[in-house]
Design a binder for this molecule. Structure first.
Ligand code: GMT
Length: 383
């Protein structure tokens, strides 16, 4: 098939899932066209069957806000016509699905069909969609999509409850490439991350408030009362400064490394012992899955879709949001009980392999594409 993919190209789970999906689809023989304002972060150049089309947005003194959604719609229509795309697959509802809807209408004028699928990732529903100014258009964008997927059962139920939409929302869970993300027990605790041979804790996120990155610093301080440990913070965002400040205030700045943005986290994860994910909300928790594929058990929070990914006490631990004492105690348990650690590390890898490998999930997207494209034209809303 010829598929157009649109996502936020910067750091963030939805962009990562969209990019990895495109790479996997190209690997399976599909032509994949990324349409976005920048090259997606994990997309290296020169990959066969992967194409990138930049969206340029005109600035004009009259425009206080550049009209990105409209420029994107124009580019989608242009790319779809020129490359005979079979469908568009947009990640994150706002504004991508509205742009896709406009592109579909533009092509319909020329007698061409261009169905589009919207994949909901979480904050597009729980934060952006929940905002009063965007609620009606988010609901409309879901209703207008030819197909809608959600990355967890939890997000599907939340979306239906919240918006009262009646169209089917197919759950296709996030995935991980189990060949690229794999354990490397020999290098776990490598001096590259822990100069003094301490145990290594790792956190990966976009450092937005919803991730509660400050809790990672507090957890580290608690853990260090029992076990020598070093915390590696990967990513960047609004809470990086406050986290650095807190590390200084708590006297653990020497024990935390802020690495900034990294595009190859599969090279760092296998070097860590435990992954921290103390989020306020996660519709899925991709970082937890990536860690698990590398045999790194997550200590995370009991929220959103995380219980679908992490089986508490089997392949990781889930505790209440903000309960630093409980989360730190779980980390200490893992770091001091090698039998427990090995059992959980193996179970985490096994879960990723048996339930979340790209080879299991990508065919679900392929079947869904076929299904949406083969529906009779009348079944395509507004076409
Ligand atoms: O968590 C973020 O701030 C980024 C956000 C995104 O859309 O980029 O992540 C969401 O999508 C990820 C990929 O599907 C999920 O793993 C995250 O759980 C989800 N984040 C939230 O629901 C807060």
């Amino acid at each position: 098939m010829r598929i157009g993919i649109t996502c936020y190209p910067t750091y963030g789970g939805s962009g990562i899932v969209a990019t990895e999906l495109g790479l996997e689809l190209a690997n399976r023989g599909h032509e994949v066209h990324f349409i976005s304002y920048a090259n997606p972060i994990r997309l290296d150049p020169g990959i066969p069957r992967i194409h990138y089309h930049e969206v340029e947005v005109t600035t004009y003194p009259l425009f206080q806000y550049p009209p990105y959604a409209l420029a994107l719609a124009s580019r989608m229509a242009e790319v779809a016509l020129r490359h005979s795309l079979d469908l568009l697959h947009v990640h994150y509802a706002i504004p991508h699905s509205i742009s896709a809807m406009l592109a579909r209408q533009m092509l319909a004028r020329q007698g061409r069909r261009l169905p589009f699928i919207t994949t909901l990732h979480g904050t597009d529903i729980t934060l952006v969609g929940a905002d009063r100014s965007l609620f009606p258009i988010t609901k409309f964008s879901i209703e207008e999509s030819n197909g809608v997927t959600a990355i967890s059962d939890h997000l599907r139920v939340t979306t239906v409850d919240f918006f009262g939409v009646e169209n089917e929302i197919r759950v296709i869970k996030n995935f991980v490439n189990c060949e690229i993300y794999r354990p490397d027990p020999e290098r776990r605790g490598s001096s590259a991350l822990a100069p003094k041979g301490e145990k290594v804790l790792i956190h990966i996120s976009n450092f937005r408030p919803v991730k509660r990155v400050l809790d990672c610093i507090r957890i580290l301080r608690e853990v260090r009362r029992h076990v020598p440990a070093h915390l590696v913070m990967v990513g960047d965002g609004p809470d990086r400064g406050p986290a650095e400040r807190l590390a200084r205030e708590l006297g653990v700045e020497e024990n935390v490394t802020f690495m900034g943005k990294r595009s190859h986290v599969e090279r760092l994860l296998p070097l860590a012992h435990v992954l921290l994910l103390p989020s306020e909300m996660e519709s899925f928790g991709l970082a937890a899955l990536e860690g698990m594929a590398c045999g790194v058990p997550p200590v995370a929070t009991h929220v959103g879709g995380l219980p679908e990914v992490v089986s508490n006490g089997e392949d990781g631990f889930l505790e209440n949001v903000g309960d630093i004492t409980a989360q730190a105690a779980r980390v200490v348990e893992l770091l001091t009980d090698s039998t427990l650690y090995e059992r959980m590390s193996r179970a985490a890898r096994r879960k990723a392999e048996t339930q979340y490998c790209a080879s299991l999930i990508i065919p679900q997207y392929e079947r869904y594409y076929e299904e949406v494209c083969s529906r009779p034209a009348g079944a395509l809303a507004s076409v």
